[in-house]
Design a protein around this ligand. Structure first.
Ligand SMILES: Nc1nc2c(c(=O)[nH]1)N[C@H]1C(S)=C(S)[C@@H](COP(=O)(O)O)O[C@H]1N2
Ligand SMILES: [Mo]
Length: 351
């Protein structure tokens, strides 16, 4: 079956995606049997308006503003001819797992009711923003870099707020931010920002502006609705874990099941994951699958359920900064930053 949505171009079959009003959430069971990266055909899509069709032949990225010595325009071929690098980066919506504020904590937060699937890892290839800023001559007094998308202006409660745009501080812009034009070895798919987008490692997805058209470098702090009204103070993402299982999952009693999952954090690498099948009374270390890599940690754990009936599986991770996953997350007015252990429902059937 193919579900239609007006804002997204790629197919959104119901075995890969859950739809939320023009946004597509990856189903975690669609990650089972996949490699390290989230394939492009099942990567979540979050659009404020609709995917635009941008012509790479006429597209120009404009860099300008008082924080630069000169304004520079870069075309698609020129961008692709610059020194490039490829990195594995987790991209996650600030509101990922928002529905658990409601279903686990009975404190519903407004916004898209994502489960755990507004996240993905891709191998992004592109040019370091640092190199583009250097090309245009960064001034000492530069403060923020404001990225603006070429998608339609966003209308919120009857008010036209203009194009999606969000500033990042120069310090982050000079660190590891990428102007990406490839995703998992293909030109960026249209829904993911063709011809080029920002990739801001560790930060909430909103910073990774798609369909990038304009970079303004300021000498004062900048404010847009996307760093005041919608995502105040939202920068790095918290720790989360997910099982590559349907919701709920059905498993046979008396059989050894190898449960697989992934854990990630905006602070850095995840080092350790534990799983509990008895409501958190006992925890069992999960084993890492494959070599240690840059973005999420892939893991597995064996479980032989004995009792037929409803069960709950828990997974919790610790990242390299020592941040973990508490039983409960403090209430958040926008439903961002959920980091509590998610209770995954399992039905155990007779073997
Ligand atoms: N131009 C533009 N950039 C955007 C958005 C958007 O609507 N327009 N959505 C943002 C949000 S909220 C997220 S979570 C990510 C989602 O990226 P994806 O759709 O490639 O998964 O893109 C960000 N960049
Ligand atoms: Mo987002």
């Amino acid at each position: 079956m193919r579900l239609a949505t007006e804002s997204i171009v790629k197919p959104l079959p119901s075995h890969l995606f859950t739809l939320h009003d023009g946004n597509a959430e990856t189903r975690w069971e669609a990650m089972a049997g996949q490699g390290y990266h989230t394939p492009n055909d099942r990567f979540f899509v979050r659009n404020h308006t609709a995917t635009p069709r941008v012509d790479a032949a006429t597209w120009r990225l404009l860099l300008h503003g008082p924080g630069l010595r000169r304004a520079v325009e870069v075309g698609y071929r020129q961008l692709r001819a610059m020194p490039a690098r490829s990195v594995d980066v987790t991209l996650e919506c600030a509101g990922n797992a928002r529905r658990f504020y409601d279903i686990q904590q009975h404190e519903p937060a407004p916004g898209i009711q994502w489960g755990l699937g507004a996240v993905g890892v891709a191998r992004w290839r592109g040019v370091l923003l640092r190199d583009l800023l250097t090309m245009a001559g960064l001034r000492d007094g530069a403060v923020d870099v404001l990225a603006t998308g070429l998608d339609a202006p966003y209308v919120h409660e009857g008010e036209n707020l203009g194009h999606v745009r969000r500033p990042i501080p120069v310090r982050k812009a000079l660190d590891d931010v990428l102007v990406a034009y490839e995703m998992n070895g293909e030109p960026l798919p249209v829904d993911h920002g063709f011809p080029a987008r920002l990739i801001v490692p560790g930060w909430a997805g909103i910073a990774s502006v798609k369909w990038l058209g304009d970079l303004e470098v300021s000498t004062t702090e900048l404010f847009t609705p996307w760093n005041t009204l919608f995502y105040p103070g939202v920068t790095t993402m918290t720790v989360k874990s997910a099982f590559e299982l349907p919701w709920p999952a059905v498993l046979e009693a008396g059989r050894r099941h190898v449960l697989r999952g992934r854990s990630w954090s905006g602070n850095g690498r995840v080092g350790h994951v534990e799983v509990s099948a008895d409501n958190g009374a006992t925890w069992h270390p999960a084993e890492r699958r494959g070599p240690r890599r840059e973005a999420w940690l892939t893991w597995s754990v064996a479980w032989t359920p004995r009792q037929v009936g409803p069960h709950v599986l828990l997974a919790r991770a610790l990242d390299e900064t020592g941040a973990g996953q508490p039983p409960r997350t403090a209430r958040h007015p926008f439903g961002y930053h959920f980091d509590a252990v998610v209770r995954h429902p399992i039905t155990v059937t007779r073997g």
